[in-house]
Design a protein around this ligand. Structure first.
Ligand SMILES: Cc1cc2nc3c(=O)[nH]c(=O)nc-3n(C[C@H](O)[C@H](O)[C@H](O)COP(=O)(O)OP(=O)(O)OC[C@H]3O[C@@H](n4cnc5c(N)ncnc54)[C@H](O)[C@@H]3O)c2cc1C
Length: 469
């Protein structure tokens, strides 16, 4: 096993030299100022500008477009939302179904924009084996989970059970007993998406300023080191990269996630592991493990998020050789044929987790502030939907998007502003939960162990999951 470098594969597919965009200098005015040029900021700008072409919109980015999670993620475009149950729990079935349909349609809607704007981001809708049961104990857990998805409002056709043979037609794991297939999942090259979308925005007349970190957001004014912009509405789209300057920072904290990519794999390897339609895949582990086949025939694989004491976002991309080796070992456990392949890329980044464990799109018109985020690692499609929703909320349009339970207008958002517990409590809780998840999985793997410990751990972990998922 060799590792050529620790770098971000998606960024390596961009043109070698992307000219930096001008930073904000001096005093300026806009109708809407957006802080953060990740997917949330860019999609918000896109829908604002297409719905109201005369609006003057400026996007301010601390680093480069796509510097945050949007340029670093695993590329899944998921027709779902993390924390959906919290949003839908009390709604009648028909309303829940409508939300799930919207989430499914959102994947196609995102693909349609890419086609319309000529953004070549390798969008491929191959569905996802969402939760492959690699241990016998996971079969019952995942079947229960599938019933839960249907009860929540997902179509039976959208989410269905694959037995071991059907699963092997999609992805051939070393050993798997079946799993949930989610039809409404696509994959994308996220860096190309971010940069392609930024280019489309500039063609539409949106100003994007890179190297323009907001150091203060006060009433209708964003201050950067070199400039000031006044706008009646400011959208804060900094998710897991939020700085301390804003209230929203208190309820969205960064969690680290890491990804590796193999060298392009030969046809013989793909014959063995399948994935002809390039579906995404994840196993049934509670400690997220996921991957997909990239357009150029690599396996892109992410696993095992971590939480850093003090909730510091991960600005650097690098991950250590040991972190790469750990993920390569996991990948080889899924597909033993990949044990000797070269891992050419490895990188990491921060995603945003809200204290309420659900994503939100909020506009406080009185304060002139909007925000969206807290996608908990499912923000590629989520940011498209929430950018659209924020645009409608900002423009005071009443649409199917603003009527959804994750859209909050005006002061009603304040009930979401709940602080995370102080350190070291957060860090200790994160260690306890991930440790308990890992212990349960280790027991599932060794099927012979004392039977009563496993169900007890599963009950404890179900309780953890009911709090944080
Ligand atoms: C490794 C990894 C894998 C993931 N995999 C998936 C996946 O497969 N599918 C999925 O759906 N989701 C995934 N996610 C989550 C998804 O990438 C995010 O939810 C989504 O990209 C969030 O977009 P965003 O625009 O809200 O935030 P970001 O992309 O993080 O953008 C925030 C931007 O704000 C900028 N910023 C911060 N502070 C300031 C400031 N003061 N002034 C100006 N700019 C500022 C940052 O530089 C950054 O560019 C993953 C995340 C990570 C880290």
């Amino acid at each position: 096993m060799t590792h050529d470098s620790c770098n971000n594969f998606w960024l390596s597919t961009l043109a070698e030299h992307l000219a930096p965009r001008p930073r904000l200098e001096g005093r300026a005015k806009a109708d809407v100022a957006i802080v953060g040029a990740g997917f949330t900021g860019l999609w918000t700008a896109y829908y604002l500008k297409t719905l109201a072409p005369s609006l003057d919109i400026a996007v301010l980015e601390a680093e480069r477009v796509g510097h945050g999670a949007s340029g670093r993620n695993g590329g899944w475009v998921i027709g779902n939302l993390a924390g959906l149950e919290r949003h839908l729990g009390t709604l009648p079935l028909e309303a829940r179904r409508a939300c799930c349909r919207l989430l499914a349609d959102n994947v196609n809607a995102l693909g349609d924009v890419l086609a319309r704007e000529g953004i070549a981001a390798d969008f491929n809708k191959g569905g996802a084996v969402y939760a492959a049961a690699r241990y016998r104990d996971q079969i019952a857990i995942q079947r229960t989970h599938l019933r839960h998805l249907h009860a929540l409002g997902h179509d039976e056709d959208a989410c269905q059970w694959l037995d071991a043979d059907q699963l092997a037609e999609k992805v051939r794991f070393r050993e798997a007993y079946g799993g949930i297939f989610h039809r409404h999942v696509a994959t994308v090259n996220p860096a190309r998406l971010a940069h392609g979308l930024a280019g489309a925005l500039e063609r539409l007349g949106v100003a994007i300023h890179e190297h323009s970190r907001a150091i203060a957001i006060d009433r209708h004014t964003v201050t950067t080191e070199h400039g000031v912009i006044e706008a009646p509405m400011i959208a804060c789209a900094t998710e897991g990269y939020a700085q301390r300057f804003h209230d929203f920072r208190k309820h969205v904290i960064p969690v680290q996630s890491m990804v590796i990519a193999t060298e392009p794999l030969p046809a013989t390897v793909w014959q063995e592991i399948g994935m002809a339609d390039r579906p995404a895949f994840a196993d049934a582990s509670r400690i997220i493990t996921y991957g997909h086949r990239s357009a150029d025939g690599r396996l892109v694989f992410g696993a095992r998020g971590t939480y850093r004491l003090g909730a510091r976002p991960k600005h650097d991309q690098a991950i250590t050789a040991a972190e790469i080796r750990m993920r390569h070992a996991l990948l080889s456990d899924f597909f033993p044929i990949l044990k000797e392949v070269r891992i050419t890329h490895g990188w990491g980044g921060s995603l945003g987790l809200s204290r309420h464990f659900r994503p939100h799109a909020i506009v406080d018109r009185q304060a002139g502030i909007a925000t969206a985020g807290g996608y908990a690692g499912e923000g590629v499609a989520g940011s498209h939907l929430f950018g659209r929703t924020l645009a409608d909320l900002i423009l005071e349009r009443e649409t199917e998007f603003t009527a959804k339970p994750w859209a909050y207008a005006d002061a009603s958002h304040r009930r979401l502003i709940k602080r995370w517990e102080p350190e070291p409590l957060r860090w200790l809780a994160a260690q306890a939960i991930t440790g308990s998840y890992a212990a349960e999985e280790a027991l599932m793997k060794r099927e012979t162990l004392v039977p009563f410990i496993k169900p007890a751990l599963t009950r404890i972990n179900d309780a953890f999951a009911s709090v944080i998922e």
